[in-house]
Design a protein around this ligand. Structure first.
Ligand code: BJW
Length: 230
């Protein structure tokens, strides 16, 4: 890494977890029982058919138990532990593979599968298996009003102020395994670039926004990320 780099922001998407066996959203296998993610990941879908939405997230939550962090997650955790400057890992993923690999300076901008959000008292709590069946909120005791703590289309992602500040201050912005189809994450490269950062993409295929990066490396994250971190 160039010696003038001190502050790094890394954005990850579904592609970084693909080699762990977690399905991506928009690839050939990107449908869930015939539904597009846009049809199940919206507040309107939850009002229309909460059972379907809970089923979608229950399936994804159960699948988590069978997967492990891969070489790319582990390499980023190593970088986090050893990097002396500022570093922020922003993930769009709702799995917990970055923290299981050991990353600490981490923001889940689209929420977390293992968290529930009570619409009555506004508290977040660890998800328990019965929440989707109308179990009580552990904070206020109300039943049936806990939804998955996931940022759906039309909702504001978490901790945007911190992310924006980090993007404006970084010297290097790295995007890994994301199609660049979903905003605001797809626009981070432009913010970082306008604020003077170098920009690097690592993706299996060039993303929709590849042309915006100073450098785009094409290949699997499990190979590219450890090679970049070393
Ligand atoms: C590999 C690999 C390997 C595979 N190695 N790579 C029109 C224009 C612009 C914006 C909008 C618009 N209409 C609506 C909007 C806004 C909307 C949006 O962006 N819509 C688009 C679809 C157009 N965005 C929102 O609504 C967001 N909120 C918002 O904008 O609020 C307003 C606001 C915000 C901030 C400031 C001010 C105002 C909220 C978006 C919420 C997204 N939610 C989801 C679902 C929840 C999480 C979940 O259930 O898991 O998040 S959608 C889904 O897409 C999920 C993902 O996090 C997100 C991104 O997907 P990702 O990670 O890029 O995955 P894929 O599958 O698309 O791509 C995988 C990539 O990996 C591919 O490129 C592969 O090649 C690659 N790959 N194997 C490396 N081994």
């Amino acid at each position: 890494m160039a010696s003038d780099i001190r502050n790094i922001v890394i954005l990850t998407g579904a592609g970084i977890s693909a080699e762990s066996g977690v399905a991506t959203f928009r690839g050939p296998d990107g449908l869930w029982e015939g539904h597009r993610v846009e049809d199940v990941a919206t507040p309107e879908a939850f009002v229309r058919d909460p059972a379907l939405v809970h089923k979608f997230y229950d399936a994804r939550r159960s699948a988590l138990a069978a997967v492990e962090p891969n070489a790319a997650h582990r390499a980023l955790a190593r970088l986090d532990a050893e990097w002396p400057g500022e570093l922020l890992l922003v993930t769009q993923n709702v799995d917990d593979l970055h923290e299981r690999a050991g990353s600490k300076r981490l923001i889940h901008m689209h929420g977390e599968l293992k968290s529930g959000w009570c619409l009555r008292c506004n508290q977040r709590s660890a998800w328990n298996g019965a929440m989707g069946q109308g179990a009580e909120c552990p904070a206020c005791g109300t039943t049936g009003l806990v939804r998955p703590d996931i940022v759906w289309f039309g909702e504001i992602p978490y901790r945007m102020d911190e992310i924006e500040s980090a993007l404006q201050a970084c010297d290097l912005f790295v995007s890994i395994g994301t199609s660049g189809a979903v905003y605001p994450a797809a626009g981070f490269v432009q913010t970082a670039h306008y604020c003077g950062a170098q920009t690097l993409e690592m993706n299996l295929d060039p993303s929709l926004g590849s042309y915006l990066f100073d450098e785009a490396r094409v290949g699997p994250a499990g190979k590219l990320v450890p090679a970049w971190v070393e």
